[in-house]
Design a protein around this ligand. Sequence first.
Ligand code: PLP
Length: 439
Amino acid sequence: MEQEEQSIRGEIKKLVERLHDVKFKNKEFKPGIDKLNYAGRVFDEHEMAAAVDSLLDFTLTFGQHGLKFEREFAAAVKSKFAVVTNSGSSANLLAVTALRSKRMPNSLKAGDKVITPALTFPTTLAPILQNNLKPVFIDADIGTYNVNEEALKEAISSDIKAMIIPHTLGNPNNMDLLMDLKEDHNLILIEDTCDALGGTFDNKNLGTFGDLGTVSLYPAHHMTIGEGGVVLAQDGMTVKILKSLREWGRDCWCLPGNSDTCGKRFGWKLGELPECYDHKYIYTEIGYNLKVLDLQAAIGLEQLKKLPDFISKRRSNFAEIYRHLTQYEDKLILPTWHKKANPSWFVFPITVKQDAGFARSQLTSFLESRNIETRLIFAGNILKQPAYMDIDKEVRGSLKNSDIVMHDSFFVGVYPGIDKQRLDFMLKTFDDFFTSIRN
Ligand SMILES: Cc1ncc(COP(=O)(O)O)c(C=O)c1O
């Protein structure tokens, strides 16, 4: 780097750090007046400086930061490979579409049946439909909010080819059961780990058990690159297919702006193409363009350094809320998890008991009236949603728990932006609510 460029960058970096301090540091929280978000981006001057530095290169498109981020992300979650993409939804789309690739051994065919819970996020389900597969819905569990284990076991039959299972709100599924079913019935497994980054089951990272795992890097999640996601994969051929699908379906793997990375750009003979056809324009998949900017990856590299602290803060906030709310267990169903699970919580889910004497909306309105954000558990029973009411599907067993969750469950935040002052205010507000309904 030339000396003049280096010195200008140095000045800009100092200004960015100053701006960060002025704009974001030590902001006072006014309880009840300021919003107590359930989630949000947590960053400091390092992310801002990395983003600006990358912007000043003006690479814009996916490049060296992107490759480094994929390597470091894979290492962080003990996955063999990580393929970064522009959202968790895109990660799910890439994962399911890869399973439909002709090049995938044991690939899924149109109409193949895929088990998935009815209590879900829309873009966990949507790629099943977008890939002309048939969803087979099963019920969820109240407390874990994951698939109901009995319903899952009963739903498996010889016509089921795959399971697409979310670790809902960060809570690990019983991976002993899922892996046994996978093995015994030769099933493909995608773990939607969008809410569960860093969680483990029996000390193994979620997202690395199944054939593919997906992660969201949207600001609400455990770390962020803005809009972003990752597919975790364990073999090289799957990665080749995923990257091709991410990049128009091309066979070529050059970084943007590069040529002849393979060393035989005009030496390929694929399909019915003429000899010497430019590898840059040879398509072995029917793809999309779901890449990220290098600037986003630069932010991600800084966020990765903070990820262990982010996760431990989420766990400690969760534990504090849990401890405090046990006194209301006659009215509220608190979350439960498997004894081999070490969840990396996305949020703190609560179900209001049917005989609690108040409705969910009374509690959430009380919290919201004090500017404490609440959310519902995603789509609820997604088959009640306008877009999904008439889809081609099967339902195995009843969906009564999914309906109960849709009516009676919600969540509050545990993210690292919730410090002691905010947490105390949240817990006091729960106390005030229970005092108010007693009077
Ligand atoms: C379980 C689950 N899957 C997929 C997604 C989609 O991720 P994104 O918002 O990055 O598209 C989300 C988003 O919150 C999610 O909770």
